[in-house]
Ligand binder design. Structure first.
Ligand code: NAD
Length: 308
């Protein structure tokens, strides 16, 4: 399966991410038969050249590869097991799930696909809607070598980098571990800026030092939570996403579940999940995840006022 071989792709879940990903497959010359529960999403995909299917199972019928891009593990498992997606596909079809889901759910999805006579790969992404539109996503893949090799030409159309992380579930594991680093580091950077403010340190001075010293990290140098030092960061546009806080809360929730299931006592991972869940349920519902600095500043100020 070279990158130039046109394939028939069944694509289920044509939302913010899936819609542009499917459109890029069409642009690369593949035949894409898509389905989404939301009529507007299906219509937008059709305008981009996706052939609308009558159901998810219909999208899988006659496909070489079935890609899913769904909200959570329960949607993937329901489609695979109960709603006929696996049963509708010809034996040996490759199922690639790009949704961000629980590692255990990803492994269960693999098992169900293999039991039905198919191949499976988990391939969650980072890069957001902008990356999906530009075809510059990063894919983190979990599954066998043969499955990875078969999927790679399609993933290369939708992304700029693909890492084979290991066996079933390894892609999801890499995704949640990376985002646990990101969530914790954003809180650390935010607390440091709030401390700097109370010590009379300008944002720019702290940035100039930390961005070239050992405090350097993506949360500081690319997505700086205060306006000014990094002009492209969401802080300069009132925290319009970017990477929306509810998505960070979802990913940290998956990380926290995995920590508990593994018996790992990670105080910071669990605390970051709690903080982002609270933030996303309130002001953060429509904000970039770096906006959590405002909650941190408020919480610290309130604590100080109560103490004095
Ligand atoms: P979305 O809600 O925009 O899209 C999901 C789509 O799935 C919706 O259009 C929904 O109607 C459809 N759907 C749900 N159940 C279905 C079913 N049974 N049959 C057919 N369609 C069904 O979400 P999104 O932002 O596109 O995210 C998709 C996945 O990608 C999520 O797992 C998310 O965590 C992950 N992700 C998102 C981003 C991002 O920036 N949006 C970045 C990285 C990863």
């Amino acid at each position: 399966m070279s990158s130039s071989t046109p394939l028939t792709v069944g694509f289920v879940g044509l939302g913010h991410m899936g819609g542009p990903m499917a459109a890029n497959l069409v642009k690369a010359g593949h035949r894409v038969r898509g389905y989404d529960l939301v009529a507007e999403s299906l219509e937008a995909a059709e305008a981009a050249g996706v052939e609308p299917a009558a159901s998810a199972a219909d999208a899988a019928t006659g496909a070489d590869v079935v890609v899913t891009m769904l909200p959570a593990g329960r949607h993937v498992l329901a489609l695979y097991r109960d709603e006929g997606l696996l049963a509708a596909a010809a034996p040996g079809t490759l199922f690639v799930d790009c949704s961000t889901i629980d590692v255990a759910d990803a492994r269960a999805a693999h098992e169900a696909a293999v039991a039905a006579g198919h191949q499976a790969l988990d391939a969650p992404v980072s890069g957001g809607v902008a990356g999906a539109e530009a075809g510059t996503l990063t894919f983190m893949a979990g599954g066998g070598e043969a499955e990875f090799a078969r999927a790679e030409p399609l993933l290369a159309v939708m992304g700029k980098k693909t890492v084979h992380c290991g066996g079933p579930g390894a892609g999801q594991a890499a995704k949640i571990c990376n985002n646990m680093i990101l969530g914790i580091s954003m809180i650390a950077v935010s607390e440091a800026f709030v401390l700097g403010e109370s010590l009379g340190l300008s944002h720019q001075a702290l940035f100039d030092v930390a961005s070239t010293a050992s405090g350097q990290c993506w949360s500081l140098t690319s997505n700086c939570p205060v306006p000014g030092p990094v002009p492209a960061s969401p802080a300069n546009r009132d925290y319009r996403p970017g990477f929306a806080a509810p998505l960070m809360a979802k990913d940290l929730g998956l990380a926290a579940d995995a920590l508990r299931a593994s018996g790992i006592d990670s105080a910071f991972g669990i605390e970051a999940a709690k903080r982002y869940a609270e933030y996303a349920a309130g002001a953060g519902a429509t904000e970039d995840f770096s906006g959590i600095i405002r909650e941190i500043r408020e919480t610290i100020t309130e604590r100080n006022e109560t103490a004095s």
